[in-house]
Ligand binder design. Structure first.
Ligand SMILES: Nc1ncnc2c1ncn2[C@@H]1O[C@H](COP(=O)(O)OP(=O)(O)OP(=O)(O)O)[C@@H](O)[C@H]1O
Length: 256
């Protein structure tokens, strides 16, 4: 069996002639935390959406665990264990933290959305939901509504609802975006803990997070792979440094 769990060949996405992702060959090793980084507009989010099937590529192919998933729908790949973290908007703000995880568990096991009619059924999931809350450090928050959670804890809830789907491979889109320093530390520890026995692909802006978590990094710039390797290798690559400095310079120029 291949050491790579997820592979792309010639992955390309054009938006009306603009090439956002250009001939990208990725190989993500089973059991690793793989970072996808790059300056603003590099194509990270587009790439992430291609891998999770939220976008269809213009060209190229994607293989996951020995299968060609290029033509599959997001729900189909999720059933195969390739799961993206839910966006915060997918958390139900008026349900409690515990109920949010129960609903995610029910979707995994039953695939049904008529949870409002089957309270007794949902209680069956309580024990597992509490375990997941424990795993992400939210036990003390179980009874709060999700809307009342502080931002960093919402991201932890998002990870708990993702874990409820029992992913083989998790794809996380900027899990630390907008977080305070303390929250970042907690989420880093959490990702490390939940990555045990799984593969994780992480799109992330915070390079400290990337250096602390990722076994292997792919740097994108202008839609193409600029460099790959461990953090030390890519961080000293002159092309990577130039791409990031160029990005900072243009950000500074934009902000005066
Ligand atoms: N739906 C779309 N239609 C047209 N252009 C798009 C679309 N989505 C993305 N793009 C363009 O593709 C390029 C790559 O965008 P993408 O969001 O993938 O980059 P990114 O690396 O995630 O950037 P950031 O770090 O700023 O989030 C950008 O120039 C963007 O404007």
């Amino acid at each position: 069996m291949s050491d790579a769990i997820l592979q792309t060949v010639g992955l390309t996405k054009e938006f009306r002639g603009f090439v956002a992702v250009n001939d990208v060959n990725l190989s993500i090793r089973r059991g690793t935390i793989h970072g996808l980084i790059g300056p603003n507009g590099a194509g990270k989010t587009t790439c992430f959406n291609l891998l999770t099937k939220f976008l269809q590529p213009t060209r190229g192919s994607i293989r996951y665990d020995g299968r060609d998933i290029t033509g599959m729908k997001p729900a189909e790949v999720a059933r195969l264990g390739l799961v993206r973290s839910f966006q915060i908007s997918a958390v139900f703000p008026h349900l409690s933290v515990l109920e949010n995880v129960r609903v995610a568990l029910q979707r995994q096991r039953g695939g049904s959305f008529d949870f409002w009619r089957s309270d007794s059924l949902l209680r069956q999931y309580d024990a597992r939901a509490r375990e997941l809350l424990e795993d992400v450090g939210l036990t003390a928050y179980a009874g709060l509504t999700a809307g009342e959670l502080p931002y960093g804890r919402k991201r932890a809830l998002e990870i708990a609802t993702t874990l409820a789907l029992d992913p083989v491979m998790m794809l996380l889109d900027e899990p630390t975006a907008g977080m305070t320093h303390d929250d970042v530390g907690r989420i880093v520890q959490l990702i490390r803990r939940v990555s045990a026995g799984r593969t994780v692909l992480l799109v992330e802006h915070n390079l400290t997070v990337v250096s602390g978590l990722c076994d292997f990094i792919t740097v994108l710039a202008r839609g193409s792979v600029l460099a790959e390797g461990d953090y030390a290798t890519v961080a000293r690559n002159p092309d990577v440094i130039a791409a990031y400095l160029g990005d900072e310079a243009s950000t500074e120029a934009a902000h005066g």
